[in-house]
Design a protein around this ligand. Structure first.
Ligand SMILES: Cc1ncc(C[n+]2csc(CCOP(=O)(O)OP(=O)(O)O)c2C)c(N)n1
Length: 727
């Protein structure tokens, strides 16, 4: 017999006999009608769990992780408003059920069962996954990576005050909304959770508004690992800037009381709260989990006998809110409803093809995206003394700075955040003067935590901002990569395009900094970004391109809701010369504000028969090599890819039309590099002979051998000659 059958039968039997678990007679502000509404949502959630297990047992439902034992979350929902955006723990079916009843026309049983059955008609993920979530209910779907939603919840909470201060035109959250973020007790140990909670404390400690309610659903276990008794309270009850509340999560009166107090505190003081709910877990961790293998019989029995539905029934009964018959009738109504709806939903069509699955990787375009061209007066105030320099050639870091200035002038919804980007102006000066030009609200110096930087960006994007976060060095993206891979890039996918978090992430990266920093400041691999579905990766090689590509990246984020990564080659930030000292050939004049380089457009120099496909520093070195080759009568055409993902396949093919042979020059480590993709593409689509020159599979050294592992002028010339001899 399934655990769910045992719990179901015990519930009916014990309610009928009036044999309830012991508990306090809690007083509190919960009204009788609200208590009934909560109980109804609890029963619905329980029966959704039972039904999803039944569906799975006959091959019609997939991946069941249940909410049983956590039904107290229905009382949390009652204490919040629907406009309080909720980033939920995966056990919060009861929360969604209760919130559904607050919005007309929402059918929670149907909506959630459609998701459990992976039906195309699932209103959240479109049949892609079992997720909780709803656009109408202000519940974005979450992935199963525990704790990864905490950084963005902090960001979303921060965005509320920011949107008010900035008078953001298209904000999605109300000025007095708060953010809810729930998670399990074991998840609270995750460094992502610890980092996000620390960021919330750090923010609140400085009296910066952060209306955020953390709810820790403490069932005492994480899969099979018990949480030490008292650990959560000991850990979170006295953190700076964070107020701690506790409630018995089995008691809807106590849970509602504590949540109400917590919510009032958060809403009034704009400060974060940690609400600790004590709960139980029923039916094991998830569908296939055999909890008998790691839990004693007495623990399982103890949890079952403390079924929250029995506790709710006890209180409804003893407080004379409902009689036994009425309690059982609500339970049975939801049972019958779930059974009937489940029978309908399993007949609904499911996704079948790759195109079906992939349809929401790229989000829909936005309908209205007005922008305000800045007046020349506004520009001259913002640029100040820099204005007259715009017409003379300058280095890439300066040009990007000016590009950002124009973009921020034009789009008030752009906010930048990163380590040391404010008063210092970034490690390489790219964001210099931006704080003076746009103020601390728009140029945010963050604390030292990459997950929090990206979480802030994602959270802001949930509220209608266009964030431009910065990661100081590519090597430090890896600390936080899941915020991009598992969070930002997947949001449209799991929400069928209904929730989006467009942004342009700037990362200073790649190699060739003369003798500076070794691997940690010269990471030369983009592999970790290249395979993320839907992600756009841009990598300019010179200042003029950088500005025009950055404008396109911002357009892609604003108009097409895309997540874009803009990789800035550090070694080229201050590059002035190409062939000889003081030739100034790698500097450029700031391009007029209306000029952009569209996604997928490559840069081509020359029309020789030897094509070199490259990007970034490889482009710079290839230009030098081309001169040497030309002196030896080997004429080249150099194709600067500019766009790493999606690979500009057709543009590359057009550019090599008429060439006799192709060399791919890639500064990144050979394994996982762009050149692997380019060579494969050429093998599939072209008949030309191809060779590649990529970096060795090594980390970068500091000192004189700083560039020893990567392509150089000499190695490009040599590779080109080797190839040319064969043609
Ligand atoms: C980052 C990450 N590591 C591991 C897992 C696998 N996993 C899923 S749930 C879970 C336990 C979480 O326990 P807890 O936070 O207490 O929540 P509960 O399931 O008890 O409600 C684990 C280890 C995961 N989903 N994400």
């Amino acid at each position: 017999m399934d655990f769910s059958d045992i719990v179901h039968q015990e519930f009916i039997k014990r309610v009928t006999l009036g044999d309830f678990p012991q508990g306090a007679d809690t007083k509190g502000p919960l009204s009788h009608t609200e208590a009934i509404d909560i109980f109804r949502a609890q029963c619905l959630s329980r029966n959704l769990d039972i039904r999803s297990r039944k569906m799975q047992s006959v091959g019609q439902g997939y991946y069941t992780i249940g909410s049983s034992g956590h039904e107290g979350m229905a009382a949390v929902a009652s204490a919040l408003r629907v406009d309080d955006m909720a980033f939920l723990h995966y056990r919060d079916g009861a929360f969604q059920a209760r919130r559904s009843a607050m919005v007309s026309g929402v059918k929670p049983a149907r909506d959630m069962l459609l998701s459990f059955a992976t039906s195309k008609a699932d209103p959240m993920s479109g049949g892609r996954h079992k997720v909780l979530g709803s656009k109408k209910l202000n519940i974005p779907p979450q992935t199963s990576t525990i704790a990864s939603h905490l950084p963005k919840a902090v960001g979303a909470a921060y965005s509320i005050g920011l949107a008010k201060r900035q008078q953001l035109e298209h904000k999605k959250l109300k000025d007095d909304s708060i953010i809810l973020c729930s998670f399990g007790d074991a998840s609270a140990n995750h460094s992502t959770a610890q980092g996000a909670i620390n960021t919330a404390c750090w923010t609140s400690f400085q009296s910066i508004p952060l209306p955020l309610l953390f709810v820790c659903e403490d069932n005492g276990i994480g899969l099979s690992m018990p949480t030490p008794k008292g650990w959560i309270a000991a850990n979170f009850s006295s953190k700076p800037g964070l107020k701690y509340f506790h409630a018995d999560g089995l008691d809807i009166f106590d849970t509602y009381r504590a949540t109400k107090e917590a919510v009032d505190y958060v809403r009034t003081n704009k400060k974060p709260v940690f609400l600790h709910l004590s709960l139980v877990r029923l039916f094991g961790h998830a569908g296939a989990d055999l909890e008998q293998s790691y839990l004693s019989k007495s623990t399982i029995k103890d949890w079952e006998s403390n079924d929250p539905l029995l506790h709710s029934s006890r209180m409804l009964r003893y407080k004379d809110i409902l009689n036994t018959e009425e309690i059982l009738s609500i339970y049975k109504e939801t049972e019958v409803q779930c059974k009937r709806v489940a029978e309908e939903v399993i007949k609904q069509p499911r996704l079948r093809t790759s195109a079906d699955v992939m349809a929401s990787i790229i989000p829909p375009k936005r309908s209205s995206t007005q922008s305000n061209k800045p007046s020349s007066k506004a520009r001259s105030i913002a640029f100040g003394a820099d204005l007259k320099q715009l017409k003379s050639p300058n280095i890439m870091s300066k040009l990007i700075n000016w590009g950002l200035t124009d973009l921020m002038l034009e789009h008030p919804e752009i906010i930048m955040m990163g380590e040391d980007i404010g008063l210092k102006g970034g490690v390489y000066g790219v964001t210099q003067k931006l704080t003076k030009r746009f103020g601390h609200n728009r140029i945010i110096d963050t604390l030292l935590d990459e997950q929090s930087i990206l979480g802030l960006a994602i959270g802001l994007a949930h509220n209608g901002f266009i964030p431009i976060p910065e990661i100081q060095f590519l090597a430090y993206l890896h600390n936080a990569e899941d915020q991009l891979r598992g969070e930002a890039a997947t949001l449209p996918f799991f929400s069928n395009g209904q929730f989006t978090n467009p942004m342009v992430l700037r990362i200073a990266g790649l190699g060739y900094q003369k003798g500076f920093g070794g691997h940690f400041h010269n990471d030369n691999s983009l592999a970790v970004l290249r395979d993320i579905p839907g992600l756009i990766i841009a990598c300019p090689s010179n200042g003029e391109d950088a500005v025009m590509m950055l404008r396109e990246c911002v357009r892609l984020a604003r108009e097409e809701q895309r997540v874009v990564v803009f990789v800035e080659p550090i070694a080229l930030y201050s590059m002035r010369d190409l062939h000889a000292e003081e030739d100034s050939s790698w500097m450029s004049v700031y391009p007029e504000p209306n000029r952009k380089i569209p996604l997928g457009e490559v840069g081509v120099t020359g029309d020789g028969p030897l094509a070199i496909i490259t990007f970034g520093n490889g482009h710079y070195l290839s230009q030098q090599a081309a001169k040497t080759l030309s002196n030896q009568s080997i004429e080249t055409r150099i194709i600067d890819m500019r766009w790493i993902a999606p690979m500009p396949k057709q543009a590359i093919l057009n550019a090599i039309d008429g060439a006799k042979t192709v060399l791919v020059v890639d500064e990144c480590r050979a394994t996982g590099s762009q050149s692997e993709g380019v060579v494969t593409m050429l093998h599939e689509k072209s008949t030309l002979p191809v060779a590649r020159l990529a970096a060795d599979d090594s980390f970068i050294a500091t000192g004189p051998a700083y560039a020893a592992t990567m392509p150089s002028h000499d190695s490009i010339v040599q590779a080109a000659k080797n190839l040319w001899i064969k043609t």
